[in-house]
Design a protein around this ligand. Sequence first.
Ligand code: 13P
Length: 248
Amino acid sequence: MSRKPFIAGNWKMNMTVASGKKLIEDLKPLVKDANCDVALCVPAILIPEMVKAAQGSSIHIGAENVHFADKGAYTGEISADMLKDYGVKYVIIGHSERRQYFAETDETVNKRTLTALNADLTPIVCVGETLSERENNETEKVLDRQLEVGLKGIEDLTKLVIAYEPVWAIGTGKTATDEQAQETIAYIRKKLGQLFCPNCAEKVIIQYGGSMNAANCKGLMAQPDIDGGLIGGASLKLDFATIVNFDK
Ligand code: 13P
């Protein structure tokens, strides 16, 4: 199955115009021969300057969230059209930090995902279990719910990216083992096959995210169902280039 690997960074609430520009300038020559798609999802206010900085390179700039309404009285929110104004291609939806701190639910994930697809943005839909859910053997049940509700009504599954991010591995330095990540991502693919069609599930890019770094990326990327990474901390430094060049 030929799925093109996709490595994306998630800057979260980090970087400034100056430090972001410097990092992108430094990354450009290092990632120019990458055999994968590359994106950096950045804070909304940095998007215009980072798009400029990334011009002429293979780095796409993405967003970290999008509102589900086209426009209106939603103080502080950003619409799909506003992202498109700057040539944004990817948008992270349903990150566990938004679920944990900003009342994101599977239902709002679904609304945002449909809005993004309508606007021709590529959603990176995040799913994943907490530590207690894993310890209580609820991982599959949680993923089932996140996928069933979050992806309801989607017509073309291949237009989105899924990021499997076990909450217990995010920012903790505790990566899922290669086998744990492979096993769970294979489960997600099987579930997508049941919810949509096996053939489209085979085509969907599924990333792993959670303390992925320059040292462990090769092992994770060698797994048959892992097509890429969603990188937090390591996307704030040149290590990101090492991950992008995982196959060299
Ligand atoms: P870390 O790579 O810092 O664990 O973050 C992962 C993540 O949340 C990416 O979205």
